[in-house]
Design a protein around this ligand. Structure first.
Ligand code: ATP
Length: 378
């Protein structure tokens, strides 16, 4: 979280987290907490974050492939027009499609109604290595169900605790749970619904139900307040996002997801074979021409890997230093220690690079000798 360059003056996880004293009534939905700058700054920052987020997602995916158990689940809630769809598409567009799994939850089907309310949720959880995104979720079972009296009070009342326990189990099994509530103001919702009516290309998004739901505004605000009070836990906190400015809600969610994944300390999985041995095996089947081409790519390949690693590590250093409740002097010491680690790793990579190049030069020579022998028919 660079102080000067990034636009975030405060970690949005701190600025937006629903704490026990959170009051939705006092919440300013047009504000941009923790962010310094305008729409264009927010958008530019988002694009910049995309590169890092996609790198982190690939690391998570790789970890899942080799038997890791970690995943990320983003729960996205909000009333109509709050921008759930836009945010979801935006976040998903920044990462490799094979690494994300999106699920939207509408009214339960007949089959789903026969089961416990968490049944359909469990079936949609992200597999290890994936980022799961829920567009609506199990929270509908304490929102619309509560507001529309779809179940008796004693049934939905006990669901808050059930949800907390369910999410605790998820977290214990390796899923990082992020919950985003997009909160739009009543005025802005009116404007957005009106726009849907005005524009022929947006009318498909409108349903008469939207106006009926809007009529229950206060009941929904109360239901959301209860959700924040009762289910914003240490292990799965709610982030309440002001949503009147779409650029802000997108930037905030992108940043929270990125920072969270930086904290997951995602490295590249270490294979249980030696690249030096494998290189020998592969080279035995390659022409000297291909080996020379590969030799000339070696430095660039390793340098890009080092550069990408360094960009993740640079962010880690900043997060560690800003997270630590430390005074200036020890922050500096922590920063120095973390940077020393980055430098040591870099030196190790360069040492390996030298050995790799020597090995490849030898392999080129061997291939040339092999080809000469073959040409001479020996
Ligand atoms: P959206 O409004 O999210 O853009 P949509 O208009 O396409 O979506 P669906 O996705 O089919 O509609 O369904 C959303 C509706 O499903 C919402 O009105 C929501 O309240 C309702 N819903 C979701 N979960 C439940 C549930 N557990 N019980 C009852 N209704 C639910």
């Amino acid at each position: 979280m660079g102080k000067g360059h990034s636009g975030w003056t405060e970690d949005p996880r701190d600025a937006l987290r629903a704490r026990p004293d959170f009051s939705l009534e006092e919440f300013d939905r047009g504000a941009t907490p923790g962010f310094r700058g305008r729409k264009s700054d927010g958008k530019a920052l988002g694009r910049q974050r995309g590169t890092l987020l996609s790198e982190l997602q690939e690391r998570l995916f790789a970890e899942g492939r080799i038997g890791g158990s970690r995943s990320v689940l983003c729960v996205v809630q909000g009333l109509d027009t709050a921008g759930k769809g836009g945010v979801t598409r935006h976040v998903m567009s920044m990462v490799d499609p094979q690494g994300v799994a999106l699920h939207s939850f509408g009214p339960p089907t007949e089959e789903e109604l026969k089961h416990h309310f968490l049944w359909r949720i469990r079936r949609a959880l992200p597999r290890p290595g994936l980022i799961g995104v829920f567009d609506r979720s199990h929270y509908e079972d304490v929102l619309v169900v509560r507001v529309d009296d779809l179940a008796p009070r004693d049934v939905w009342e006990q669901r808050y605790d059930e949800i907390n326990r369910f999410e605790k189990d998820l977290v214990d099994c390796g899923t990082v749970v992020l919950k985003f509530a997009l909160m739009v103001s009543q005025d802005e919702q009116g404007v957005r619904l009106m726009e849907r009516l005005d524009r022929p290309d947006k009318r498909w998004k409108f349903s008469g139900n939207d106006v009926r739901t809007r009529g229950k505004w206060n009941a929904y605000q109360e239901a959301y307040q209860a959700v924040f009070e009762r289910t914003s836990t240490d292990w799965a906190p709610w982030y309440v996002i002001p949503a009147d400015h779409k650029w802000y809600s997108r930037a905030a969610i992108t940043e929270i997801l990125t920072q969270t994944m930086i904290d997951m300390d995602l490295g590249w999985p270490q294979p249980d074979w030696d690249p030096f041995d494998m290189r020998e095996e592969l080279a035995a089947e390659m022409s000297s021409r291909a080996l020379k081409a590969s030799l000339s790519d070696t430095v660039d390949n390793v340098k890009s890997a080092i550069a990408e690693d360094a960009s993740v590590q640079r962010e880690e250093v900043e997060v560690q230093v800003e997270d630590g409740d430390v005074d200036g002097a020890s922050a500096k010491a922590e920063e120095r220690a973390a940077l020393a680690e980055v430098t040591a790793q870099k030196a190790q990579r360069f040492a390996e690079l030298t050995r790799t190049r020597q090995q490849k030069e030898r392999l080129v020579e061997q291939a040339e000798a092999r080809e000469t022998l073959a040409r001479e028919g020996r």
